[in-house]
Design a binder for this molecule. Structure first.
Ligand code: GRF
Length: 224
């Protein structure tokens, strides 16, 4: 039976400030594959939420594309398998995505999370995991799609920006929105200072989005 009401877990996460809760909604943890390119603070937020039992999930594998990415160090700290798939080793985006799909399938991944994945993905990945790929983006979509979203917001002079967790579709930063959080732009903000405050919200939004996505996958919640 499906409901249009978010399960308690997600509802609590959507409230601000977040109240710690126990992830008891789903008996079987959702199997995640995380794609990341850089620092991996969102990856760590997911791993922490799981470790603290705020999220019923398991990160089966991290895939990263930059040999120097700090996210690889974070994955070791959480004992999560990490696979380097360097995009420079592939002749096309589709070739990289085929390799990604092979790794994700070998770990029986159910839900793919692009947590700071700085590559445009192709239908090769999206068709292999239909409606199963999430992304986190540092703006209130549909404003400021694409790269340098924080700089775009400052240049536009908006007073409020934020972050968006959404389903991924072939058109960049355009899929259905799952979670958003607003962040004020301060008069003396630099891209770095604003991005740091947006990231605090990203870390909450990504965890909430995974909980909501899992509820959808398990058929216990459909968005109204
Ligand atoms: C995040 O701001 C995300 O929205 C963007 O890239 C950044 C990745 O940060 N796509 P981190 O690697 O998770 O710290």
């Amino acid at each position: 039976m499906t409901s249009s009401t978010p399960p308690d877990l997600a509802l609590q996460s959507l409230c601000s400030p977040l109240t710690p809760h126990r992830a008891t909604e789903f008996e079987t943890p959702v199997k995640l594959g995380v794609l990341a390119s850089g620092s991996g603070s969102n990856f760590e937020a997911i791993a922490q939420a799981i470790a603290q039992q705020h999220l019923s999930a398991r990160v089966e594998v991290l895939i990263y594309n930059n040999p120097q990415a700090k996210v690889a160090v974070r994955s070791q700290q959480y004992d999560i398998p990490a696979k380097l798939l360097n995009h420079r080793d592939y002749a096309s985006r589709e070739g990289l995505d085929r390799a990604i799909v092979d790794v994700l399938r070998s770990y029986n991944v159910e839900l793919v999370v692009m947590a700071g994945w700085m590559r445009v993905v192709t239908p090769v990945l999206l068709d292999a995991f239909p409606n199963r790929v999430l992304n986190i983006h540092p703006s209130l979509l549909p404003s400021f799609k694409g790269i340098r979203a924080v700089e775009q917001a400052i240049a536009a002079g908006v007073k409020i920006t934020g972050c968006t967790a959404h389903w991924v579709v072939p058109e960049v930063d355009s899929g259905e929105i799952l979670v958003q959080a607003a962040v004020p732009v301060l008069a003396d903000d630099t891209p770095d200072s604003l991005h740091a405050r947006i990231q605090v919200q990203e870390h909450r939004a990504i965890v909430t989005a995974i909980a909501l996505a899992t509820a959808q996958i398990r058929g216990v919640w459909t968005p109204s």
